[in-house]
Design a protein around this ligand. Structure first.
Ligand code: SAM
Length: 256
């Protein structure tokens, strides 16, 4: 077994995270720079240290998960969600079952609620938001963001749903109340079913082809017929028909 394979086995045992399903070159580069900075010489030494040091484990998790996000990321796509996809989904159902998978620090699920509030009262909006990483879920629940996270937020939405606190912006409680957070590992955990909309953006890029294939099959099963999968702006699905999807719009797939 190589150093890295031993490391993968150790991490899997300790955390349940299977690094073998993440693109190897990219992940190794990211982790090597972390352990070198900490003064370790190889993955074996790094694993030994991780076994004993909780703070280092947290740093490792932080480094491997890459949590960057922002509100209305790739703004034009959210216009399509607002003006085309939501009206179509609401024709079929008055209440929508929505999942923001790999939600990071909450910008994405809160954006979903803000967009849907153009069509429904917030009392009828509910979004399940999940991530592998507990730390980001804590931050998401806090709902406090630096101004740069709001760069793409339309001005009317910004004044309606955020409160400025110094150089930070707080998401109003009426939006926060619409989102339920849960820990969930896309590679290990069960998926619920009958979703109208699944939003999963900017995480598939980190996975191997095998892992992506498994996840797209699971998303397809989790959607109701006619439900929509919304993916990130570098994450077109190659041959969507193999998962029972048809293209609804750029980066939106409809389950047949
Ligand atoms: C770059 S962020 C994407 C955030 C948001 N979806 C967006 O597009 O702005 C990637 C997120 O994927 C999460 N993640 C990584 N592996 C995961 C897994 N196996 N299951 C669930 N979430 C995972 C990370 O913790 C991180 O918060």
């Amino acid at each position: 077994m190589s150093d890295y394979e031993q490391f993968i086995a150790g991490i899997n045992k300790k955390t349940g995270i299977n690094l073998a399903l993440y693109k190897e070159a990219q992940m190794k580069r990211r982790l090597t720079s972390l352990y070198e900075k900490k003064g370790y010489r190889n993955f074996v030494e790094f694993m030994q240290a991780l076994e004993k040091d909780r703070d280092l484990m947290n740093e490792f998790l932080d480094r491997m998960t890459i949590n960057v996000s922002e509100f209305y990321r790739n703004g034009k796509r959210w216009e399509v969600l607002q003006n085309k996809i939501f009206p179509q989904l609401l024709q079929a159902n008055k209440r929508l079952k929505i999942w923001s998978a790999a939600c990071s620090t909450g910008e994405e699920p809160y954006t979903i609620s803000m967009v849907l509030s153009h069509h429904l009262p917030l009392s009828q909006v509910q979004v399940l938001a999940t991530d592998l990483d507990k730390n980001v879920i804590q931050k998401a629940k806090l709902g406090l963001y630096p101004e740069r996270s709001l760069a793409e937020v339309p001005t009317d939405v910004k004044s309606k749903y955020f409160i400025q606190e110094g150089s930070f912006y707080k998401v109003k409680d009426e939006i926060k109340r619409t989102v339920n957070y849960k820990e969930h590992n896309l590679l290990n955990d069960q998926y619920d079913s009958n979703y109208d909309l699944i939003v999963c953006r900017n995480v598939m890029i980190y996975f191997t082809e095998e892992a992506k294939d498994q996840i797209y099959h699971s998303f397809s099963k989790a959607l109701r017929p006619g439900g929509i999968l919304f993916v990130g702006s570098t994450e077109q699905i190659f041959n969507p028909a193999q998962y029972g999807f048809e293209i609804e719009d750029t980066f939106f797939y409809r389950k047949k």
